[in-house]
Design a protein around this ligand. Sequence first.
Ligand code: GDP
Ligand code: IMO
Ligand code: MG
Length: 429
Amino acid sequence: MKIDVLLGLQWGDEGKGKVVDFLAPEYQVVARFQGGPNAGHTLEFDGIKHVLHQIPSGIFRPDIINVIGNGVVLDVVILRREIESLKKYGIDARKNLFISKKTQLILPTHRLLDAASEKAKGLSKIGSTLKGIGPAYSDKIARQGLRVGDLLLPDFQQRYEALREKHLNVLAFYNEPIELAETENAFFEAVEYLKECKIVDTEYLLNGYIKEGKKILAEGAQGSLLDIDFGSYPFVTSSNTMAAGACTGLGVAPATIGEVYGIFKAYGTRVGSGPFPTELHDEVGERMRKEGNEFGSTTGRPRRCGWLDLPSLRYAIMLSGVTQLFMMKADVLNIFEEIEVCTHYELPDGSRTSELPYDLESVTVKPVYKTMKGWNQSLKGITDYDALPQALQAYVRYLEGELGLPINIISTGPDRTQTILRTAVGKRK
Ligand code: GDP
Ligand code: IMO
Ligand code: MG
């Protein structure tokens, strides 16, 4: 049995949470492979709206095993809060949740370091979610991080104190006030709580499941254009958000990867700093933000909005070997008479390119647009692809032609039921 991977093709917030929850009944296991509580994955069904940060989005479906992989960075305080907040829905998350011993821990000082580093950057700040992501991954790569498995060791306290000492030295360099008492208390309480969770070598667990024939869905966080290697560096997150990240982030071989679902909004958004070629600074962008309720699920910040960008989508598809596309938030474009799609970029010398320039931040590219007719009508109650407005079907056909892949899901609203599936999941058109 193969592992299918679902990942964002833009700058995050494409609607991954909604689709993982929708697809989960087709799978027995959902596994997060990278990122941490910088993610905010929203699920809506039966009048419930819930945002998950650390727990995989399969948790609301009964009997699904959820796995936090080694590629994730874990804030134990946020995890504890999240597990507790699920209890009101009758969900005992600890029953169906496995956490890798090799998952890196986010310490209270990582969050302080994130804030100090962003402040020191001034105007060139990344726009981080300030959840300690960059510092936690830095410690992993510097081979000095603490991992979930370390919690179970008798000398965890000493290890923690040694790393905290290093962090405090760096914080002294930033000359920032250090308030740790409260957050450290919460951290150690959550550490005790976490010890009651299923902490295992999830690479054995997952490879065992593959052998048994269990269907696994790997859930990506963030988006391809925030990838540490291929995103708009340095305005990126600190992990590999592309399909390859599922292999390193779960300990599964490349040959075990099956379908790669690439998910994108029918337009574009970005939260935080960094280049965004099709960003709209006008009333159209404002209307998109309002209609799409484009405010960050983790930080509440307004998301920057703009038209769909084909060069960057093609790039993301290429990097991950995407096999199927899912288009989200089609309903948000209902309000427009005309819809623009960026087909190319114009460079400062007047030439055109369909590739992303190395330094998008300093090379100002001008998007070249194709204008398409909007559908300008509500999609409420439509459950069948053929019943969608002709202009929306034409938009889908055009994108399929340009991107060379089928668009197998069209999402028409935030609720689980507002999802049009064209071909059975896992089967290519
Ligand atoms: P994720 O990080 O990729 O899981 O996405 P987020 O949850 O951060 O952001 C997506 C937002 O769009 C959430 O508020 C979802 O409830 C909402 N959403 C998802 N799909 C649709 C859709 O098809 N239409 C509308 N209007 N909203 C959607
Ligand atoms: P989901 O999984 C959108 C952005 C931040 C910032 C940059 C680096 O919900 O799609 P970090 O906290 O990782 O150091 O921030 O990445 N960012 C996201 N943007 N969705 C996310 O996750 C994001 N996670 C990080 O806004 O620009
Ligand atoms: Mg999100």
